[in-house]
Design a protein around this ligand. Structure first.
Ligand code: A3P
Length: 302
C-alpha cells in the first residue's frame, strides 16, 4: 500500500488494491448471519482450505465422481469477497444474489473488518495460519512468478527484509495472525483458528472439526462410509494440482490481475522455507516470532 511496496513488488498494478478492498468491505458489504468467512495471510493455505470447506458444506449436493472441484478452481468455487469489485460483469459476483450459506474469503486483518462482521454472533470465521518461514518463502516465489518479465526478480534478501519489517499488502504477518488468534480465544464458537501444519498432519481430524464448527457435523454413517477421507483425497495437493483446471486455467481478479491457477500449487510441504533461508535468516525470523507472539500462547516450530 506504500510507494516502497509498489517499487519492490512491481506486479501489483493498482497499488491501493488492498486499501480499496478494505474500504469497499467497510462501506458496502452487507453480512448475512449464515455467511462463512475464510481469512488468511497470503500463502498460508487459503486455496486448500477453500476446497475443503466447499466440499464439506456441499457434500450432500455433489458426488465425488463429478464434483465441481474437478473442473472449477478452488478460488472460483469460493471467491474473494472483493473479487466482484474488479469484475466488469458484476452479475457474476452479485453477492446479494449468492445463495446462503455464502462462502467468502479475504486477507483483510481481523482488526480492520467492519463491526457489522466482527460483532455479529452468528457469523463464522475460519482462519488458517502457517509457519512464517514457509509463508515468507512461498510468498517470495509466488510474487516472482506474477512479476512482469521486464522487471528483475525480487531477491530473497529483499523479500526477507520486507517481511521482517512487516511491509505487505495486509500488514505485518504477526499482527495478522494475532488478530484472529485473539478473536478465537475470545469467541471460539465464532472464530476457528487452524494451522497449516496440523491440517497436513491430521487432515481427517481437521475436516471433522470443520464440519462441526460449520454446523454440518459428519454423521456416524458418513464417517463409516469414508466421506471424510473422500473429501481429504479430493482436496489433496496431489489431486488438485494435477487437475487440468488447476494446471491450465486462470483466476481473473480484474482485467489487470490475472493469475495462473497453477501458481497456487507449488510443493505443499511443511518446513520447505528452511531450505531457502540462511541460518542467520532463520534465527532472526524465529526471534521476531518469539518476541511478537510472547505470552499469546501461540507458537510455531523452530
Ligand atoms: P508452497 O508454496 O509452500 O508450496 P495460498 O493458497 O494461501 O496462496 O497458499 C499457497 C500454499 O499452499 C503453497 O505452498 C501451495 O503449494 C500450498 N497448497 C495449495 N494447495 C494445497 C493443498 N491442496 N494441500 C497442501 N498445500 C497446498
Amino acid at each position: 500500500m506504500t510507494q516502497h511496496l509498489v517499487q519492490y513488488q512491481g506486479f501489483w498494478v493498482n497499488p491501493d488494491a488492498a486499501l480499496k478492498n478494505l474500504m469497499w468491505i467497510q462501506d458496502h458489504f452487507k453480512p448475512r448471519p449464515t455467511d462463512i468467512f475464510l481469512a488468511s495471510f497470503p500463502k498460508s493455505g487459503t486455496t486448500w482450505l477453500k476446497a475443503l470447506i466447499f466440499a464439506i458444506v456441499n457434500r450432500t449436493r455433489y458426488g465425488f465422481a463429478d464434483h465441481p472441484l474437478l473442473t472449477t478452481g478452488p478460488h472460483d468455487c469460493f471467491p474473494f469477497l472483493y473479487a466482484h469489485l474488479y469484475e466488469k460483469d458484476r452479475s457474476r459476483f452479485d453477492l446479494d444474489g449468492f445463495p446462503s450459506p455464502r462462502l467468502l474469503s479475504s486477507h483483510i486483518p481481523y482488526t480492520s473488518l467492519p463491526n457489522s462482521m466482527t460483532d455479529s454472533q452468528s457469523y463464522r470465521f475460519i482462519y488458517i495460519c502457517r509457519d512464517p518461514k514457509d509463508v515468507l518463502v512461498s510468498k517470495w516465489l509466488f510474487m516472482n512468478k506474477l512479476r512482469p518479465k521486464e522487471l528483475a526478480p525480487i531477491s530473497l534478501e529483499e523479500a526477507f527484509e520486507l517481511f521482517c519489517q512487516g511491509i505487505s499488502h495486509y500488514g505485518p504477518y504477526w499482527d495478522h495472525v494475532l488478530g484472529y488468534w485473539k478473536a478465537n480465544l475470545e469467541t471460539p464458537e465464532k472464530v476457528l483458528f487452524l494451522k497449516y501444519e496440523e491440517l497436513k498432519e491430521e487432515p481427517s481430524v481437521v475436516v471433522k472439526r470443520l464440519g462441526e464448527f460449520l454446523g454440518h457435523p459428519f454423521s456416524l454413517e458418513e464417517v463409516s462410509k469414508g466421506v471424510v477421507e473422500e473429501i481429504v483425497k479430493l482436496c489433496s495437493f496431489e489431486n488438485l494440482s494435477n487437475l487440468e483446471v488447476n494446471k491450465s486455467s486462470v483466476l481473473k481478479l480484474s482485467t489487470q490481475i490475472v493469475i495462473d491457477n497453477r501458481h497456487f500449487f507449488r510443493k505443499g510441504n511443511v518446513g520447505d522455507g528452511k531450505s531457502y533461508l540462511t541460518d542467520e535468516m532463520i534465527k532472526r525470523i524465529n526471534e521476531i516470532t518469539s518476541e511478537k507472539l510472547f505470552g499469546s500462547g501461540l507458537v510455531f516450530g523452530s
